[in-house]
Design a protein around this ligand. Structure first.
Ligand SMILES: CC(C)(COP(=O)(O)OP(=O)(O)OC[C@H]1O[C@@H](n2cnc3c(N)ncnc32)[C@H](O)[C@@H]1OP(=O)(O)O)[C@@H](O)C(=O)NCCC(=O)NCCS
Length: 144
């Protein structure tokens, strides 16, 4: 995986998400939160961290495939898209061809650069909590 974000500490990771960047578009993948940590905002924080990182790399559109979390992603601004509308780099991923089209949904979100947003620039999904922390509790850069 190209970029990987974790939530928690090195000793106890409660959630992960990955990001594959293809120029101006990227794919969010492998979002998973430990069962005991669900419902606490960890998933939302991880998606927000991945989006912020993608924005910093000039990504403008995020895509994902999901089999059970459509409502979760809808709440975060993702919209369902017909699979035929997927751009080539997304089509080329093994998951796109291997996941069952009737159960896995393609979703997309357009990222609006902070400079183009109205108001204070606050992001949807910001929780004011550490998004990615290392063993010492300090924010760390995602793996590359
Ligand atoms: C989906 C998943 C990542 C959500 O993580 P989480 O940490 O429990 O989610 P959060 O606590 O950040 O929830 C954020 C919001 O989404 C809502 N939400 C969480 N899971 C939801 C779901 N499955 N459907 C609809 N809404 C959901 C929460 O109620 C919360 O709402 P609020 O902002 O109004 O309070 C987690 O349930 C999980 O790991 N599921 C299994 C793996 C999976 O399906 N991954 C997605 C693969 S693409």
């Amino acid at each position: 995986m190209e970029h990987c974000f974790g939530y928690g500490s090195a000793e106890r990771l409660s959630g992960v998400v990955g990001l594959e960047i293809y120029g101006r578009i990227a794919r969010l993948r492998s979002l998973a939160v430990d069962r005991s940590s669900r419902g606490l905002g960890v998933g939302k924080a991880l998606v927000s961290a991945a989006e912020a990182y993608a924005e910093s790399r000039q990504v403008r559109e995020l895509y994902l495939l999901t089999t059970g979390a459509e409502r979760f992603f809808e709440r975060l601004g993702y919209q369902r898209l017909e699979r035929e509308a997927a751009p080539e780099p997304i089509r080329a991923t093994s998951e796109f061809s291997s996941l069952c089209p009737t159960t896995s949904l393609l979703m997309r979100k357009e990222l609006i650069p902070t400079s183009q947003r109205n108001g204070s620039g606050t992001r949807d999904g910001d929780l004011g909590v550490p998004l990615v922390t290392g063993a010492a509790g300090r924010p760390t850069e995602p793996n590359q």
